[in-house]
Design a protein around this ligand. Structure first.
Ligand SMILES: [Zn+2]
Length: 114
């Protein structure tokens, strides 16, 4: 019922749904984990709702999830080219530091991140 743009997104959503006691199945997650050099896009992770009666509630959560995701934005990894949610701080794919360069970091007091 929801095709995530990436595995991180799918897991975040599944977590949100789990918090609401909605059981989900995450498809293609293992394929993503082992995809190596497979072309991106053939194995979109999908979040399925286990119980159809949860669907309406789940859709509301998906909408909230999408809004939150677009609000927080994403950061582009210069090392591998993947986008990560900006609140991650490091690239989900290669682990490079992708902390947002705006807001709290720019102009912050030296050492405030330690
Ligand atoms: Zn990266």
């Amino acid at each position: 019922m929801y095709s995530a743009s990436d595995l991180v997104d799918a897991r975040l959503l599944a977590d949100s749904l789990a918090d609401a006691h909605i059981r989900t199945h995450l498809f293609n997650a293992s394929a993503m984990g082992a995809m190596g050099d497979l072309p991106f896009g053939e194995t979109w992770p999908e979040v399925w709702i286990a119980d159809e009666r949860d669907l309406a509630r789940a859709r509301a959560l998906v909408a909230a999830h999408a809004a939150r995701r677009s609000a927080s934005g994403s950061v582009h990894c210069g090392a591998c080219g993947e986008d990560s949610p900006s609140n991650f701080g490091c690239c989900w794919n290669c682990g490079a530091d992708v902390s947002p360069q705006d807001d709290h970091r720019a102009g912050g007091a030296p050492g405030d991140l330690h």
